[in-house]
Design a protein around this ligand. Structure first.
Ligand code: SAM
Length: 223
């Protein structure tokens, strides 16, 4: 069962366990290394739709002077994120309803595969802060989609992303990050089960296979 506001798209405890197993297998290692670089000298960092808090925890391990706050609409996610790093606080919050954070208070917001509330992000980020958005590229997890019929990635995501944020943010940089690693049968099956696509396939069980993560990292600054 998911504990969340009605209508919110919260991850369930089962999805979170599957996601944690895939993250622990190292599918997003290169992404985490790039994020650590991007967040250099950013001391107050919020991750919205943080799930298990994995990506924010990696950033905090890389930067001793930084403090993190993980927010997510899923109570199950926030229970995990609260234990992800000693310098990370965690709060249940629906990104669409507003974040419990003071205006112009944070140096950076990180949003990985999660809902984006442009005006709320613009409210909480300092004028010299950054918004970092990670979105999937069309070939993200393509081996699993070909094998199971999981939902595909919509084309032109980057253009849509920029258009949706442009009234409040300007693009500073964007970079593609790809990595292919061999996953055993259990972890490859978790990669199917960790996302909403799990509801649209007849079975989440697959054999061992190489799996590609392919994402775009867009860094923006407030206008
Ligand atoms: C695909 S998962 C990504 C989790 C994490 N960012 C990661 O990459 O491991 C999307 C997350 O967004 C959360 N979420 C969905 N709708 C939300 C909302 N309206 N407000 C806050 N979080 C939300 C889900 O509960 C889930 O944890």
């Amino acid at each position: 069962m998911t504990s969340a506001a009605p209508g919110a798209n919260a991850d369930t405890a089962e999805m979170l366990t599957a996601r944690q197993n895939v993250l622990d297998a190292g599918l997003f290692c290169d992404l985490d290394a790039l994020l650590a670089e991007i967040f250099t000298n950013r001391h107050r960092i919020v991750e919205v739709g943080a799930g298990t808090g994995h990506h924010l925890a990696k950033v905090l391990y890389a930067h001793r002077g930084s403090q993190g706050l993980a927010s997510d609409v899923s109570k199950a996610a926030i229970r995990r994120a609260a234990r992800a790093h000693p310098r990370m606080a965690a709060v249940v919050a629906d990104t669409w309803a507003g974040l419990p954070i003071r205006t112009s208070y944070v140096d950076a917001v990180l949003c990985v595969f999660a809902p984006r509330n442009r005006d709320e992000f613009a409210r909480i980020i300092r004028p010299d802060g950054i918004l970092v958005v990670v979105t999937p590229l069309p070939d993200h997890l393509h081996q699993l989609r070909e094998r199971t019929g999981m939902i595909g990635i919509q084309p032109h995501k980057h253009d849509e992303l920029v258009a949706s944020l442009t009234s409040r943010f300007s693009v500073v940089s964007h970079e593609e990050v790809r990595a292919t690693i061999s996953l055993g049968a259990a972890t490859a099956s978790d990669a199917v089960a960790m996302g909403p696509s799990a509801h649209h396939v007849s079975s989440t069980r697959v054999e061992a296979m190489p799996v590609t993560s392919a994402v775009e990292v867009t860094v923006l600054s407030p206008r």
